[in-house]
Design a protein. Structure first.
Ligand SMILES: [Zn+2]
Length: 318
């Protein structure tokens, strides 16, 4: 936003990390080792991935919906030079859930490490690094009218709402997963408590087929819940009874953060995944009357403070 635009007095400010922090892990797709460093970034930067294993000129990939190039086994981003970064969604969800607006994510390979298949290790990293409040107002994307994308029984709808809420509905032909729902409301729940620990999941026969195709080479019981018939293969079982639906909710939080800011919207996903999430953002931004930028404020703190301020502004400008 321009320096001349006055912010609302109740607007939230942007945040970055207080310190840099690193971790290592393996990529889910290629199974290769990868080192990742999260670095503080200036206000207005957004989330930017930087590949340190290739030429600096072509190394940066902004975390934006326009750059999504693939949605198989995760969300992959690519820049104009063809530089790609895969499996960004669990890190994006952690950054969204921790309120981090600006960060540089350095990677020495083409994938974000899968860690334990959830966002919890990234939330831990962010908390270890600490957050730093910056001097620019955080902007949010207000959804102004419902936008729906549908394909083969899968649906995502974004509806106008005063804050971010979410509902996820999944229905798998599996006695373990079956039908599950998850509701999340960021005014009364926290990403850290409700969603961040839910792991990605797969079915044994699919994992084998993917590995035969050279995919999911890093996939194991250490970084996914694996379902075989009517049982969970992981020794310690599930972290939540509805871990599958919670993970879909986590994925949606991460995919939606590729909007480039927080969404003031209600997300409703039915049998949806990364592809439908990205299609929903594309449909939203294709219709200029469906959304607008606004200052991000605490829901519930609005009304009187805001109205007084608007009146003061009107007087000052008269
Ligand atoms: Zn996921």
């Amino acid at each position: 936003m321009g320096a001349t635009t006055a912010a609302r007095p109740d607007a939230k400010l942007q945040q970055t990390l207080r310190n840099r922090i690193s971790c290592t892990g393996v990529g889910l797709h290629n199974g290769a080792n990868v080192a990742m460093t999260l670095k503080p970034a200036d206000a207005g930067t957004g989330i930017v991935f930087r590949r340190t294993d290739i030429d600096r000129d072509i190394a940066d990939v902004p975390a934006l919906w326009q750059n999504v190039s693939g949605t198989m086994l995760g969300t992959t981003l690519v820049n104009d030079h063809g530089t790609s970064v895969a499996t960004v969604e669990h890190l994006m969800a952690a950054l969204a859930g921790c309120g981090i607006d600006n960060v540089l994510v350095e990677l020495d390979a083409s994938e974000v490490p899968i860690m334990d298949g959830s966002s919890a290790p990234f939330v831990f990293l962010i908390e270890c690094a600490g957050t730093l409040v910056q001097d620019e107002v955080r902007r949010a994307i207000r959804v102004l009218k419902p936008v729906t994308v549908t394909d083969a029984g899968r649906t995502v709808t974004l509806r106008p709402a005063e804050r971010f809420t979410l509902s996820v509905d999944i229905d798998f032909d599996s006695p373990v997963v079956a039908h599950q729902s998850c509701e999340f409301d960021d005014a009364s729940m926290t990403f850290k408590d409700e969603l961040c620990r839910a792991r990605t999941f797969g079915f044994l026969h699919e994992v084998s087929a993917l590995q035969d195709m050279g995919l999911a080479r890093g996939g194991s019981l250490d970084n996914a819940v694996v379902v075989d018939g009517d049982k969970v293969m992981n020794e310690d079982g599930l972290r939540f009874d509805d871990e599958f639906a919670r993970h879909k909710a986590l994925d949606a939080v991460g995919d939606l953060y590729l909007a480039g800011g927080r969404l003031l919207a209600r997300y409703e996903g039915e049998k949806a995944g990364h592809e439908m999430n990205n299609r929903a953002l594309r449909a939203l931004f294709a219709d200029a009357s469906a959304w607008e930028w606004c200052d991000d404020v605490d829901a519930g703190l609005v009304t009187s403070v805001q109205e007084e301020w608007v009146e003061e502004r009107a007087v000052a400008m008269a």
